[in-house]
Design a protein around this ligand. Structure first.
Ligand code: KIV
Length: 272
């Protein structure tokens, strides 16, 4: 289905707020390297998230905790070189902003200076208020991330839906309001009830981007490897797979192995 949308040569934080005002949904997708980011950008995805999910998807760690600031800067700088239209948003990794607000600002500045990214994302609400505020004061756009925040996985214990109980839902609503008031340009809501996500999206003027948060929000984000079906063991209900690259790539690579073994590759036209 084609949708009416305004043309943007370069998506900025202002464009995203305008999209919300115009009722245009925002598309956001991860990428961690140059080649993937080129494809994602050419497909007109509005925001490319250099997520700390690179820790799982690229490095094979069980959680997002091990990835370092240097590694995030390396991924982000590769993505920035590819992105001609999309806004490049970079996760500040675990351990680089929680201890104090000065450290948070130093980390955000390193990301902006060394990778050329356009904005940063941090997980949490009230607990990281000072850090968010200090980064914003330096002129760096910040996106919040509430609900299931994978950097706190050991506190939660599981990756199940968050904020089903009234107390947690209330705190989430307050945190979202607080992030808006501080000056964040948007918030990711991960794995929370759709009704609550819609309520939050309607109560703030900044874009709310959902992952596992239903259709009542202002935009959606997915991990590109999940959407393409490369991570075939990850099957949450919220995931829509558009391809089965795990199988397609596997068969192509098996075919290559057969061709080499059978001496079919290279043939006369594939040599000098
Ligand atoms: O790191 C990431 O990919 C994310 C998304 C799941 C929102 O934070």
């Amino acid at each position: 289905m084609s949708v009416a949308k305004k043309e943007y040569k370069r998506v900025t934080v202002k464009s995203l707020i305008e999209m919300k005002q115009n009722g245009e949904k925002i598309s956001m997708l991860t990428a961690y390297d140059y080649s993937m980011a080129k494809i994602v950008d050419a497909a007109q995805v509005d925001v490319i998230l250099v997520g700390d999910s690179a820790s799982n998807v690229i490095a094979g760690h069980e959680t997002t905790l091990p990835i370092t600031l240097d590694q995030m800067i390396y991924h982000a700088s590769s993505v920035v070189r590819a992105a001609k239209r999309a806004l490049v948003l970079v996760d500040i990794p675990f351990g680089s902003y929680q201890s104090d607000s000065k450290e948070a600002l130093r980390s955000a500045i390193r990301i902006m200076k060394e990778s050329g990214g356009h904005a940063v994302k941090v997980e949490g609400g009230e607990e990281i208020k000072e850090s968010v505020s200090r980064i914003l004061q330096a002129g760096i756009p910040v996106m919040g991330h509430l609900g299931l925040t994978p950097q706190s996985i050991y506190k939660f214990g599981t990756y199940t839906v968050r904020a089903k109980e009234e107390e947690e839902a209330q705190k989430l609503k307050e945190d979202a309001k607080m992030l808006e008031e501080l000056g964040c340009f948007g918030i990711v809501l991960e794995k929370i009830p759709a009704k609550l996500a819609k309520e939050v999206a309607e109560s703030v003027s900044i874009p709310i981007i959902g992952i596992g948060a239903g259709n009542g929000v202002d935009g959606q984000v997915l991990v590109v490897h999940d959407l393409l079906g490369m991570t075939h063991e990850f099957n949450p209900r919220f995931l829509r797979r558009y391809m089965n690259l795990y199988e397609d790539m596997g068969s192509a690579i098996s075919q290559y192995v057969d061709d080499v073994k059978s001496k079919d590759f290279p043939n006369e036209n594939e040599q000098y």
